[in-house]
Write a protein that binds this ligand. Structure first.
Ligand code: CA2
Length: 142
């Protein structure tokens, strides 16, 4: 069974409580459940995690790099400014699919820059929770 880590950055633990017009009505637990259902149907072990702490995320990226584990990664706000997260993600030799619930390019200008896109295999944005499932599907086909 292939293992995939699904990593989530700051404030995504608050999904479903505010801004449903931007991020959808599902909670992060709902999205985790959908990912586990996809994994069970596709022989994929899903290791789903969230942290508000940059150093914790960096530790998880180091773990993924050491184990060569493919990643679905929503770095949330760190997408737009964290060189440390990008440097840690760049150590990963297995594919990283960057995901976003919203489409940052349609939003404020400060969200138009992603430090992650340049080291990701690809990016899926704007499909709400389905962005995660599309990313898992993309990993299946790599
Ligand atoms: O669209 C995405 O998935 C984002 O990565 C979400 C980040 C945002 O900074 C990125 O530009 C795009 C924000 C996550 C914050 O989540 C919230 C959850 C509940 C209420 C408000 C924000």
């Amino acid at each position: 069974m292939r293992k995939v880590m699904v990593l989530n950055g700051p404030n995504l633990d608050k999904l479903g409580t505010r801004e449903p017009d931007v991020y959808g009505a599902l909670t992060l637990s709902d999205i985790e459940q959908l990912c586990h259902e996809f994994g069970a149907a596709n022989d994929m072990e899903i290791d789903f995690r969230q942290s508000n702490d940059e150093s914790v995320l960096i530790g998880w990226l180091h773990e993924a790099a050491e184990n060569k584990t493919p990643l679905v990664f929503n770095p949330a706000a760190f997408t737009h400014y964290s060189v440390a997260i990008r440097d840690a993600a760049a150590m990963c030799s297995a594919p990283i699919i960057e995901v976003h619930l919203s489409n940052p390019i349609k939003r404020e200008e400060f969200r138009h820059t992603s430090l992650i896109s340049g080291i990701a295999h690809g990016t899926i944005s704007g499909f709400g929770a389905n962005s995660y499932l599309l990313a898992l599907r993309a990993l299946l086909n790599l």
